[in-house]
Design a protein around this ligand. Structure first.
Ligand SMILES: [Zn+2]
Length: 240
């Protein structure tokens, strides 16, 4: 165990009000690719960059194309929670972790057993008819073809925050509250490049800021504990 991980263990032993703020890096060890860090593959197969396809305008104008990409790249049902998801669920059960705030839409924290998960960017596990509001689950979307439609004829839209769309107010308020009340904030698996989500970190007033990320982030210099290792490998060594 490295010195940094020993320090994280000491914090876990000492404090009981943690909040975790995570991003794509938490899921890459589960086999879910970060579409922002993808290169050639996408450009060979799709005529537009992922940021364009996953925008509100594109969804409304070219739903067929959107769903081709979405089904191919976003509806992954083979990924399993990794050690980071599992340890965070254990920390919550032990009464130490108050909330997981995630930019991921893959449901892996819930699969690991976490109860308080604030999904800033929504979830591929929830989908609604744009006309009547009827709910459709993941399996329905996975099995659908073309542009999925409700029985009423309306187009079904994933409850995922697309580019150009705002975040859900209630989720933001709950995230701000959790972060502002936390003693220890662990930022993990995110390069903190995506706003407004990354701006939520500014509400932290607690005692220790921990950053666990393989590559540098803009908050590294404010962290009193910086661990530049894969997050699953880090959490695998922590005891609740
Ligand atoms: Zn409908």
């Amino acid at each position: 165990m490295s010195g940094e991980i020993e320090k994280l263990q000491e914090l876990v032993d000492q404090y009981d009000n943690f909040v975790f703020f995570g991003g794509a890096g938490v899921s890459t060890e589960s086999g879910i690719p970060d579409f922002r860090s993808q290169d050639g593959l996408y450009h060979q197969k799709y005529d537009y960059p992922p940021e364009t396809i996953l925008s509100h305008t594109f969804f409304m104008k070219r739903p067929e194309e959107f769903y081709k990409f979405y089904r191919d790249k976003m509806l992954c049902d083979t990924a399993k929670p990794n050690a980071a998801h599992q340890k965070l669920a254990e920390l919550e059960q032990a009464g130490k972790l108050k909330a997981v705030i995630t930019q991921n839409i893959d449901n892996l924290h819930q699969m690991a057993g976490s109860k308080k998960v604030l999904e800033l960017h929504g979830s591929v596990y929830r989908n609604y008819c744009m006309k009547c509001g009827r709910f459709y689950d993941f399996a329905h979307m996975k099995a659908s073809t073309g542009v999925p439609r409700c029985e009423c004829g309306g187009i079904i839209k994933p409850d995922v925050v697309l580019y150009e769309e705002g975040l859900d107010n209630q989720t933001i308020n709950e995230a701000v509250k959790a972060i502002s009340e936390a003693q220890v904030l662990i930022i993990g698996g995110t390069s903190l490049a995506v706003y407004p989500a990354a701006g939520l970190i500014d509400y932290f007033r607690g005692e220790h800021l921990v950053v666990i990320n393989k590559s540098p982030t803009p908050r590294d210099r404010y962290a009193d504990l910086l661990i530049q290792e894969p997050i699953g490998q880090v959490f695998a060594q922590i005891q609740c």
